[in-house]
Structure formats: structure tokens, C-alpha cells
Design a protein around this ligand. Structure first.
Ligand SMILES: *[C@@H]1O[C@H](CO)[C@@H](O)[C@H](O)[C@H]1NC(C)=O
Ligand SMILES: *[C@@H]1O[C@H](CO)[C@@H](O)[C@H](O)[C@H]1NC(C)=O
Ligand SMILES: *[C@@H]1O[C@H](CO)[C@@H](O)[C@H](O)[C@H]1NC(C)=O
Ligand SMILES: *[C@@H]1O[C@H](CO)[C@@H](O)[C@H](O)[C@H]1NC(C)=O
Length: 552
């Protein structure tokens, strides 16, 4: 009991700051002064570094680089990478140095996947090269944090020999890829022998840090883009394992964090589902269970490259938040970023997150961006819980100050289309309504649900906001059109297409009708040719898609 109160007390004693100010340093020592003898509090507050999605490219300044859109000449002087491109591994080195330089004592480092660059097929030997990159990236982090545990091993879709490829070998004692990657991580001192032993079978493992249990799960196998398509009921028996680990933690009164790469639910670029619905419902059964779910103090994922949170449709009492962190790679137009997370060691509750970021430039300049708790009012004293994020979601829908701050940090302070959805004094009724609809597109994307439920959520919003809105385009079901996008397209093309369709779902212009028409006739290439560049421009400049497409 003392431990809980102590966390609460410490949090209580943190001096309040103006919104957006940088975090107070020396929080522990300030609080220490207030303690009675015997209250060894400082040990109950911990910090860890959270990095994700570096997408390091060892071939950055060569003819087989990921960054095809820029000339070799343009890349040569940019030793840490360019906006819109996967970076060289040097960017990871720079981020790790910056994390190391922060003053708080770090308990461990967490990495939530996508070590390797996109378009791995262009490298000479994808199998050898991707597994080497995983080991090399791990070594870079380990070099900066030689004395603390590294929790690493949640693999991204780019951490395989092909994009979204992972053979499912539930009946075999070990999987070749997990054996190879486990050995690379182990020899980089980034995976313990104990974790390696678990990892070999299905790429998931349990790690302990103090009294806290981390369950690292493999998620590429649940992706709607997973190859080879193979829908076993419970691949690698991971769900059964997850349930049993949670049950044991509940019995022993331990808190648990689930960490992985691809989050369950919807991505907010084109609002498409990330997990196959059957796996999503199985996962929801577990994490929404009133006993099992209540010991999960946090769920942490990467993959989306943006700084976001998610909400369970029926959160169990006391559920911790689901957080997605911003990427180190600037490939999808966000400033590179990582987080320093403050947590309560005994309760496992997250207390605050401080985001560090740098603009992409010749020299990187890492700085503190924002602290969650002082930037968004309304979080409690004894740690972050999902309920608080539910309220934050409601506030975001209003499009006021909280929304503006949220949109700014969504891309780690790189100009982004989301920020155009904030309410402005000079909004007309039409523009206000269209922004509100688009904020609801986003708000529905924050709920952990499948495509069908997402569509229901958004259709309800449409019905309540503008009764006649959709009457003009009844023959196009955007949900159906999204599903018919050919799987052969690269990620980035699929993103562009889904973004265009979601834009057209709300816009009432001639161009929107044309977008829907082309998709309806499956003229995908033509659609990309005609409207793809506008999406790219909007991303690059942070302009709104409305103005890039319609010149408005
Ligand atoms: C990639 O594979 C090729 C061919 O096996 C090898 O020569 C090269 O060193 C590898 N590069 C990396 C970064 O792993
Ligand atoms: C992991 O690495 C350690 C240290 O190098 C070594 O002792 C151990 O045998 C390795 N474990 C496995 C399973 O490879
Ligand atoms: C872990 O839990 C045990 C028993 O509940 C407690 O005695 C110990 O101090 C805890 N350790 C930490 C680091 O919180
Ligand atoms: C978060 O900030 C609020 C004030 O807005 C404060 O009451 C609370 O104690 C803080 N929580 C933590 C965990 O620091």
C-alpha cells in the first residue's frame, strides 16, 4: 500500500507548469525532500527510453538506397537523412546519444520494431541484410546503454525477408527466422539467453524489469497484409500464452505491459484496419476481460510512425492506456522522435511521457518537445489510465486548443494535414461541418475496432452531423472500395489510395466524385497518377489535401 501512496505523493509534489513547457528536471530530489525517514521513494519512480521504427538503411547513399525520390547528390551531405526518406543508421546513433544525455536514470530501453528500411527487396541479400540490420541497430543502442536491459525483439513488417512476411510454424519447436534474429539480438547483448529460448518458437517472450512484466508479442502474423496468408485460429498459440501470462500476473498481483509493433485497430492515414478481424476479436476478448485486462498497465506499439493513443471499446476497470509512439524514421513526414517514459515501479502505471525530437537537418538538434501530462490537462495523479484518454478523445473532437496541440505533436511538430481540422474563427458553416466530419474520421480511428465497426462509427457521425451529406453519392461504399485496393501495391501507394478515398468520402467536390469513380472502375494506376502527387505534396508541405487537390 505504501508504494502506491508514495507514487501518488511524488506525482502530487511535481510543480505545475504552463502548457507546453519542458519537463521539470530533478523531480525525484524535490520530492525526496518531502519524505519521512524510511520512505525510500526515489526507487519507486523509474524511467525508460522508448524508441521505434528507425528503418535504418545501410545503403542510404548508394545506388540501392530506399530513398528513390532524391538524387544521390542530394543525399550525400545529409548524413542523418532527409525528410520523406528512410535514414541511415547514423540517425539511430544520434538519437541514442541524445537519450543517453538526458539526466534521469534509465531502467531499460524498449524498441517496438521496424529496425530495417522499406523496400528490402532492393538489397543484395534480403535474408542476410535484414537480419544484419536488426543486429546492427541493436548494437547502436546497446553501445549507448551498456549497463541496462534492452527489451527488443518485437519485429515489424520490414523486419522480415519480405514485407509482412512471416512463416507460421506452430507445429515446429523453432522458427528459422526467430532463431536467426534471436541470435543477432543476443550477440548484440540486446536479448537475454532466457528471452532467446522463448523467442525461438514464436517470436514472443516475457521479460521482467523489477516487479514489472513485459510481454512482447509478435503482430505481423495478425496483419491484414501478412504473407503467406494462413489463418490459423491461434498462430504460435500466442493468444493462449498471453492469457496464461496475464492470469499468472493477476494471481501474483503483478502489473503487465504488452509491447508489440503493429497495433490492433485502425491506422489514421487512410483509416483502414491493421489486424485481421478474427485476430482482433480474440485479442479484445483477452485485454477487455475484467480480470486479465485490469492488470495491463500499458500497451505500447509502433508501426504508425505517429504519436497517438487508442481506446478499447469496452475497457475493463483500471485499464492502462494504449500508446503508439512516433518514429525515428522521417519517411512518412514526421520529425524523428523518441520518448522518455516515467513510470511507477510498484504499480507499473505510466506517469508521464516526454517526447524528444529533432528537425531533419545536416546536424541534428534533439530537444524536449512536450510532456504529456502538463500539455493535456485532465490526467490523474496516480498514473495514466485509459479513461483519461477517453475524455481526451472527446475533447479532440471539439477541435479546440487540445486538438491543436495534439495535431502538432501527431507528427512530432512537422506541419501536417491534421492541424487543418482545428476550428477557426473564420470557418463557414460548410467548412466547420467538413472539419467536424474529418475529426470524427480521426476519432473513430482511435477506437480499437475492425473496418466494419469503424465504418458504422463514422456513418453514425455523418448521420448526426449532416443529414443529407451522403445522399449525393449512394452508389459508392468507400469501405468496399478500400477493400478492393490490390494487395500488390507497395505500402506507400496503398496509403495514398486510401487517403484519397477517405478524403473523397467527406469532400463534396467534382474531384472527389472523380476519385470515387476511378476507384469504382478499378483504375488504380490512373487514380495514383492523377491524384497521387497531390497527396505527396500535402504530406511534404503540411498543406491540406483540399487545397492541394482543388486549389482551394
Ligand atoms: C548484404 O548482403 C551482401 C551479400 O550477401 C553482403 O555482401 C553485404 O555485406 C550485406 N550488407 C549488409 C549491410 O548486411
Ligand atoms: C546469449 O549470449 C550470451 C552472451 O554472449 C551467451 O552466454 C548465451 O549462450 C547466448 N544465448 C543463446 C541462447 O544464444
Ligand atoms: C517488488 O515486490 C516485492 C513484493 O511485493 C517488494 O518487496 C519489492 O520491494 C518490490 N520491488 C520493487 C523494485 O518495486
Ligand atoms: C498530471 O497533472 C495533473 C495536473 O494537471 C496533476 O494533478 C497530476 O498529479 C499529474 N499526474 C502525474 C502522474 O504526474
Amino acid at each position: 500500500m505504501l508504494w502506491i501512496r508514495v507514487c501518488w505523493l511524488l506525482a502530487w509534489n511535481v510543480p505545475q507548469r504552463a502548457a507546453g513547457a519542458t519537463c521539470q528536471q530533478n523531480v525525484d530530489s524535490t520530492a525526496l525532500l518531502q519524505l519521512k525517514p524510511g520512505d525510500t521513494v526515489s526507487s519507486d519512480i523509474g524511467y525508460f527510453v522508448w524508441m521505434t521504427d528507425l528503418h535504418g538503411d545501410p545503403y542510404y547513399a548508394t545506388g540501392i538506397r530506399q530513398c528513390r525520390k532524391r538524387s544521390l547528390h542530394a543525399l550525400k551531405d545529409q548524413t542523418f537523412g532527409l525528410m520523406g526518406c528512410d535514414p541511415p543508421i547514423a540517425l539511430g546513433w544520434s538519437a541514442a546519444s541524445a537519450a543517453q544525455a538526458t539526466e534521469q536514470p534509465k531502467a531499460f530501453l524498449l524498441y517496438t520494431g521496424d529496425f530495417s528500411r522499406h523496400t528490402m527487396n532492393l538489397m543484395p541479400n534480403t535474408h542476410a541484410n535484414v537480419s544484419n540490420i536488426i543486429g546492427d541497430v541493436a548494437s547502436v543502442f546497446k553501445a549507448h546503454f551498456p549497463k541496462i536491459p534492452i527489451v527488443m525483439g518485437a519485429l515489424g513488417n520490414d523486419d522480415g525477408p519480405q514485407n509482412y512476411f512471416q512463416t507460421i510454424t506452430s507445429d515446429e519447436p523453432a522458427n528459422d527466422w526467430f532463431v536467426l534474429v534471436g541470435a543477432k539480438l543476443n550477440s548484440s547483448w540486446s536479448m537475454t539467453s532466457d528471452a532467446v529460448k522463448q523467442y525461438r518458437y514464436g517470436g514472443y517472450f516475457e521479460a521482467r524489469v523489477g516487479n514489472l512484466t513485459l510481454l512482447s508479442i509478435t503482430t505481423v502474423i495478425y496483419s491484414v497484409r501478412h504473407q503467406p496468408t494462413q489463418l490459423e485460429e491461434d498462430p504460435f498459440s500466442q493468444f493462449a500464452w498471453l492469457s496464461s501470462r496475464l492470469k499468472e500476473a493477476a494471481n501474483e498481483g503483478r502489473s503487465v505491459w504488452i509491447v508489440g509493433h503493429i497495433p490492433p485497430g485502425i491506422e489514421t492515414f487512410g483509416y483502414t484496419q491493421l489486424w485481421h478481424p478474427m485476430y482482433l476479436s480474440r485479442y479484445l476478448e483477452i485485454v477487455q476481460d475484467s480480470l486479465l485486462g485490469s492488470v495491463i498497465a500499458a500497451q505500447l506499439f509502433g508501426h504508425v510512425h505517429k504519436d497517438e493513443f487508442r481506446i478499447l471499446p469496452n475497457p475493463p476497470p483500471g485499464a492502462g492506456p494504449i500508446l503508439l509512439s512516433s518514429a525515428l524514421s522521417p519517411v512518412y513526414y514526421n520529425n524523428p522522435a523518441f520518448k522518455l517514459v516515467k513510470y511507477c515501479k510498484s504499480t507499473g502505471k505510466l506517469l508521464d511521457l516526454e517526447t524528444f525530437f529533432s528537425k531533419v537537418a545536416e546536424q541534428l538538434d534533439w530537444q524536449s518537445g512536450y510532456c504529456l501530462n502538463s500539455t493535456f490537462p485532465g490526467f490523474g495523479a496516480d498514473g495514466l489510465v485509459m479513461e483519461d484518454f477517453l475524455r481526451l478523445r472527446d475533447k479532440l473532437l471539439l477541435g479546440l486548443e487540445d486538438f491543436e496541440k495534439y495535431a502538432k505533436w501527431y507528427t512530432s511538430d512537422y506541419p501536417a494535414d491534421l492541424s487543418h481540422l482545428a476550428c477557426k474563427d473564420d470557418d463557414t458553416v460548410d467548412s466547420a461541418r467538413s472539419k467536424l466530419l474529418r475529426r470524427h474520421q480521426y476519432g473513430c480511428g482511435l477506437l480499437v475496432q475492425n473496418q466494419e465497426d469503424y465504418q458504422r462509427c463514422f456513418d453514425r457521425a455523418i448521420a448526426s452531423i449532416s443529414t443529407q451529406h451522403h445522399a449525393a453519392q449512394p452508389m459508392f461504399s468507400v469501405a468496399r472500395l478500400l477493400e478492393s485496393i490490390p494487395k500488390e501495391f507497395e505500402d506507400i501507394e496503398t496509403f495514398r489510395l486510401s487517403k484519397l478515398l477517405r478524403w473523397a468520402e467527406v469532400a463534396k467536390t467534382q474531384e472527389a466524385l472523380e476519385v470515387l469513380n476511378l476507384a469504382y472502375r478499378s483504375l488504380w494506376e490512373e487514380l495514383l497518377q492523377k491524384f497521387g502527387p497531390a497527396v505527396e505534396r500535402a504530406l511534404e508541405t503540411g498543406g491540406s489535401l483540399d487545397s492541394e487537390i482543388s486549389g482551394r
